[in-house]
Design a protein around this ligand. Structure first.
Ligand SMILES: [Zn+2]
Ligand SMILES: [Zn+2]
Length: 176
């Protein structure tokens, strides 16, 4: 197996690149990847006439505030806190919020959606008292872990994921 293949296998398992894989590590990655929605994204999602469910400001008003700020040389608020965003990762619920509220929510160590409480953290790699469980892993990946001397890793194939193996609404009670 060449190193490129090894890299590809590990690329889907952030565990070894981020040995801690703590809430802060995951939250940082989430914050970096939050999308920036524009008015046509909102229309496509059916949210054009909706308000942020946290601050009740209409999404379109938030987007015009963002556009005004982007046109200014020194906007009153940091750009990262402006505009509208969405919990859009494949494991997330897809709910839409103003970026300011969602960024604050995640920075305050909340690990679930403010609206529906579905987990916002990647459920594919999960630390449990009995070790680390990796969902959707292959037998090849299991062998790699063993070759590295890591034996407390359980690989759970996606098609073997029963109801009890599905990620719970919240991945952890530590932060709630
Ligand atoms: Zn808001
Ligand atoms: Zn949600």
């Amino acid at each position: 197996m060449d190193s490129r293949t090894v890299f590809d296998l590990f690329a889907s398992t952030p565990l070894f690149f981020a040995p801690q894989n703590t809430f802060d590590d995951q939250a940082k990655k989430l914050l970096e990847k939050l999308p920036r929605l524009n008015a046509s994204d909102l229309t496509a999602l059916g949210h054009k006439d909706n308000n942020c469910s946290v601050c009740f400001v209409p999404f379109l008003a938030i987007i015009s505030e963002e556009e005004t700020a982007l046109a200014m040389e020194s906007p009153a608020h940091p750009i990262e806190e402006l505009g509208v965003t969405r919990l859009s990762e494949k494991w997330q619920c897809g709910h839409v919020f103003c970026r300011k509220d969602l960024v604050k929510w995640i920075r305050e160590h909340n690990d679930s959606c403010p609206m529906c409480r579905k987990s916002i953290l990647d459920p594919d790699v999960k630390e449990t008292p009995g070790g680390v469980r990796v969902y959707g892993g292959t037998p090849e990946l299991a062998n790699l872990y063993r070759n590295m001397g890591i034996n407390n890793v359980t690989i759970i194939p996606n098609d073997a994921r029963g109801p009890e193996e599905r990620p719970a609404a919240s991945t952890s009670s530590m932060f709630s």
